[in-house]
Design a protein around this ligand. Structure first.
Ligand code: MRU
Length: 339
């Protein structure tokens, strides 16, 4: 089950809003269709959004009619900004946008730019698979035999287009026969854990239990969790990490119970230009995602709701970052070219 496939000049996007019950692919040929798919979370997870953005920019470029390079680049910039404005926290989106800009700027004319952009989009996709596998192997070294691992949100193939980050580490450890067990939070409000992580764990044959988000503290207090591994949407230069709402609470609970708390992320999620977590924009999504559950109202129609999609875990609560470049302590990210 691939979240993204590029075939016959069309981007096929697995509609993750319909999982686990339906497997349906959207056929995307224009960047405007991709923007809609990202906004609705048909494609989600920072690395997968980045890959999708690469294809979206390349597809959008193909429809630019201007023969003059300056006008071509101006139109490309407008459509690129429209794509990056979809999910402000996911750093991979911005990193891919700047890579694609640089590629277009190197071209001699729009025809060459269109070809180079498409080649780059494919390369970004292939590179992600490599990064994921290496970071998963690195992270697996931290997993002990018979470990019970808590994870949050969805960080597998569906979220990265590759092997996964936190879930990649878990899958790698399982492949090494470490006899692990997974506790996956359901991840309110949109249930990425219950809907997507459960599906991926089942497909990989990894034993797991789903819990509601607020059960984590109890399980930690009863010694039923040995380590926590989550992914990240953006990591600031000081190691403060934006990830799915609820990650911060899990990190505090882990600290209280002396449980190691790891963030697994490729170097493409590290934003060394942003100094601390305070400078990271947190995406606010529609209140309806909180007042409704899978489309059904669960509160009084008069209820207002907050819906921050992410929170910031301070670097002081993070044991280490698991990356393709190795295991990096929080104080050392963005230093000595290690990211
Ligand atoms: O809102 P989502 O589903 O895009 O949020 C996804 C997450 O928060 C993931 O944990 C994160 O992107 C890391 S994915 C490898």
């Amino acid at each position: 089950m691939q979240p993204l496939r590029f075939e016959n000049k069309t981007l096929l996007v697995l509609d993750q809003t319909r999982l686990p019950n339906n497997i349906a692919y959207l056929k995307i040929t224009r960047h405007t269709e991709l923007i809609d798919a990202i906004n609705k979370l048909c494609i989600r997870g920072a690395p997968a959004i980045g890959i999708a953005a690469g294809y979206g920019i390349a597809l959008g470029a193909r429809h630019i009619k201007k023969g003059n390079m300056r006008e071509f680049l101006e139109e490309l910039e407008i459509l690129t900004k429209n794509i990056t404005s979809t999910r402000p926290t996911a750093y991979n989106l911005f990193r891919v946008a700047s890579t694609m800009r640089a590629v277009a700027n190197r071209a001699a004319n729009p025809v060459q730019a269109k070809n180079l952009l498409m080649q780059e989009a494919v390369k970004i996709h292939n590179d992600q698979c490599e990064l994921d596998l290496t970071l998963s192997r690195n992270g697996s070294a931290l997993v002990e035999d018979n470990a019970s691992i808590l994870t949050h949100c969805n960080t597998g193939r569906l979220a990265t287009g590759g092997y996964g980050t936190a879930l990649g580490v878990i899958a790698y450890a399982h492949r090494q026969n470490k006899k692990i067990k997974v506790i996956a939070t359901e991840t309110r409000p949109l249930l990425q854990g219950a809907r997507l992580t459960a599906l991926e764990l089942r497909e990989a044959g990894i034993p797991f239990h789903i819990i509601t988000d607020l059960m984590a503290g109890h399980l930690m207090q009863r010694d039923r969790i040995n380590m926590v591994i989550t992914g990240a949407d953006r990591i600031a230069a000081n190691g403060d990490t934006a990830n799915k709402i609820g990650t911060y609470s899990l990190a505090i609970l882990a600290r209280q119970h002396n449980i190691p708390f790891y963030i697994a992320a490729p170097s493409s999620t590290f934003d060394c230009e942003t100094k601390t977590g305070k400078d990271i924009v947190i995406e606010e999504r529609s209140p309806e995602e909180v007042t409704h559950l899978m489309g059904t109202p669960i509160t009084t129609p008069q209820a207002q709701a907050f819906n921050p999609a992410f929170d910031i875990t301070p670097s002081s609560l993070i044991t280490s970052f698991i990356t393709e470049k190795g295991i990096i302590p929080p104080g050392e990210v963005c230093r000595l070219n290690n990211i």
